[in-house]
Ligand binder design. Structure first.
Ligand SMILES: Nc1nc2c(ncn2[C@@H]2O[C@H](COP(=O)(O)OP(=O)(O)OP(=O)(O)O)[C@@H](O)[C@H]2O)c(=O)[nH]1
Ligand SMILES: [Mg+2]
Length: 513
């Protein structure tokens, strides 16, 4: 028989420090005993609570492993956040309702910026009368972005682009009108940077050439002191540790409020209401129409949308409509996680939808989200053929989208992820083509193919499909949809369809595990 000495660490209760603490002292009085029992009961309660929390966490973790994780990827302005709003509208409409009024600030900002750009355009090109479609990178165009004159009636376009020079008297009269409008709108323009600061929480993002404003997740709720439903940034999430959003505190966290709410926003609301007729006059001014007709001034689609709705949007008591919210533009910073419960085939599954910032400087923040993603919706704005990246004015936006899509298809972490491609902004593409903005001029390989929607879309689609095929060892299916994600009815049916296919793949994967 072997006798061994017990090592001190496993020795019995005699040497156990914990037991020593809990052991009654030899001469324990009844009062001491009561205190000791109380201590023991407290310790047990705390220990039970820790066990309970650990078990909840374990359950939550196990359950969250069963959740669906969907990433929305694509370059800046491709429509990711707009698509996220459509998901929100379908699966968590109350939260959109709660934040509805907070969108006013973004929409006011979406009005101030184009007003300033119009004046900049008039300063730079007001006198020149060369008819122009110069969209070469590095050209001196003031606004190297998006849309065109699709909203102009032929009559306006004809008068606006008239090549007959103005008489000196007419030119002087126009100059005086513009100068007056500039002076009347100067208080509004003076408020632009305060509003930008309020929206971004003072964050300045390097490389935002147009002075764009980035917001991080949850700004709507912070602006109203609301709980943000079940939407949160990854930085706030229970899993934590993969924060990609700057923790800079937003001034929206504590906006100075008065009886009517945020004082700055109320002041801006008063200013836009006062200025609405002048803004309208500016927007419809012949000098501005001429600039737009010559494409010297090209405003983004949302800017045109709000300019066309100026009286309604600037009137006092304005509450944004859902359509307004879908058109509102604010750049996403980092990665924002939105959580929805989705009922598919009679089963409710929690979906985590990750809406990322698409600008080049934001893309590194996507990577930590790749390893447990189930599905990706990649958005490529097919209307962007005549645009260049704001971050890199030499890169055509379609080209960038294609390169980005190739990287996503070939990324080893994403090889098994269900892949959906949205060829988005088809409505804008239609309008550009009907305006005669030639594809060949920007995408030379398009050659002499027809300037028709079908042909253009098929051409781009073929390139994306090709990029997918070249990087598809796993024979994964690519689901492609032509979309305009501002169109609620059409997008709803696509989301239903996509959710269904994502869920089917999810069930297949679960069965294999
Ligand atoms: N007309 C039209 N506008 C669209 C469409 N998709 C998006 N937009 C508008 O384009 C703008 C940019 O869309 P966002 O959803 O903010 O773009 P994003 O991909 O989230 O951009 P980042 O956050 O910068 O990465 C918004 O004003 C949208 O209303 C579309 O299909 N048609
Ligand atoms: Mg966004």
């Amino acid at each position: 028989m072997i006798h061994t000495q017990r090592p001190p660490s496993v020795s019995g209760s005699i040497d156990d420090p914990l037991a020593a603490v809990l052991r009654p002292s030899p001469g324990e009085s009844p009062h001491d005993k009561e205190l000791r029992l109380q201590r023991e009961a407290d310790a047990k309660r705390i220990s039970d609570r820790i066990d309970e929390q650990l078990s909840i966490d374990r359950e939550r973790y196990k359950k969250s492993k069963q959740d669906v994780r969907l990433l929305l990827l694509g370059q800046a302005e491709s429509g990711k956040s707009t698509l996220q709003k459509q998901f929100q509208l379908m699966y968590n409409p109350t939260s959109l309702e709660e934040e509805r009024i907070s969108w006013r600030a973004v929409i006011y900002f979406n009005i101030m910026r184009p007003v300033r750009r119009i004046f900049e355009g008039l300063d730079a090109f007001g006198d020149s009368d060369d008819d122009d479609d110069l969209d070469l990178p590095g050209s001196s165009k003031i606004i190297a972005s998006s849309s065109d004159l699709t909203q102009l009636s032929p009559e306006l376009t004809a008068s606006g682009s008239s090549s007959s020079p103005l008489s000196p008297a007419s030119a002087a009269a126009e100059d005086a009108q513009i100068a007056l409008l500039r002076s009347k709108l100067s208080p509004l323009l003076a408020a632009e940077s305060s509003l930008a600061d309020r929206l971004s929480g003072g964050l300045n993002v390097a490389g935002s050439g147009k002075g764009n404003v980035y917001v991080r997740s949850g700004w709507q709720a912070r602006s109203l002191n609301l709980p943000f439903g079940r939407s949160r940034s990854r930085g706030d999430s229970v899993t934590g540790g993969r924060t990609s959003i700057s923790a800079a505190r937003s001034s929206l966290d504590n906006p100075p409020t008065g009886a009517g709410g945020d004082l700055l926003i109320e002041e801006v609301a008063r200013l836009v209401d006062q200025s609405k007729d002048d803004i309208k006059q500016l927007w419809q001014h012949p000098a501005v129409r001429r600039l737009r007709a010559r494409r010297k001034l090209r405003l983004e689609e949302w800017a045109e949308f709000f300019m066309d709705n100026i009286t309604r949007v600037c009137s006092s008591g304005y509450v944004p409509t859902t359509d307004d919210i879908l058109h509102a533009r604010i750049q996403t910073m980092g990665v924002a996680e939105h959580i929805f419960d989705v009922a598919v085939h009679g089963r409710v599954v929690t979906w985590h939808l990750f809406d990322v910032g698409g600008a080049r400087g934001q893309r590194h923040t996507w990577i930590p989200f790749f390893d447990d993603a189930n599905a990706i919706i990649f958005l490529a704005p097919v209307s962007a053929y005549d645009q260049y990246l704001e971050e890199d004015p030499r890169t055509n936006r379609i080209d960038d989208s294609l390169q980005l899509f190739t990287q996503i298809c070939s990324n080893p972490l994403l090889k098994k992820v269900h892949l959906v491609l949205f060829l988005n902004k088809t409505d804008v593409l239609q309008k550009k083509l009907s305006r005669g903005i030639r594809v060949k001029k920007y995408i030379t390989s398009y050659g002499d193919r027809p300037q028709e929607f079908e042909s253009v879309v098929n051409y781009f689609k073929a390139h994306f499909t090709q990029a997918h095929k070249r990087n598809n060892e796993n024979k994964r299916v690519l689901y492609t949809h032509l979309t305009s994600v501002v169109d609620t009815k059409a997008t709803k049916s696509i989301i239903t369809n996509v959710s269904d296919s994502i869920f089917r793949k999810y069930l297949e994967d679960a069965a294999l595990v």
